[in-house]
Design a protein around this ligand. Structure first.
Ligand SMILES: [Zn+2]
Length: 65
């Protein structure tokens, strides 16, 4: 399975794949590489981003809101 690098937009706690066009230019925190967006969101939560949510463009499988 291919792993992608994920980032979280720190002010909004939205998680993006590295190649997402909606990736913010600033305030992004590297979450490392994960097999799925759901795992990336869980990793973000474990880092203290308790409202972490997948971007509806690139991480629809992890988009909750
Ligand atoms: Zn995105």
């Amino acid at each position: 399975m291919k792993h992608y690098a994920y980032y979280i937009d720190s002010p909004t706690e939205e998680v993006h794949e590295a190649e997402c066009p909606n990736m913010p230019a600033a305030n992004k925190i590297n979450l490392g590489t994960h097999a799925t967006a759901v795992k990336a969101v869980k990793a973000a939560i474990s880092k203290g981003y308790t409202n972490a949510n997948g971007c509806d463009h690139c991480c629809s499988g992890a988009h909750k809101k």
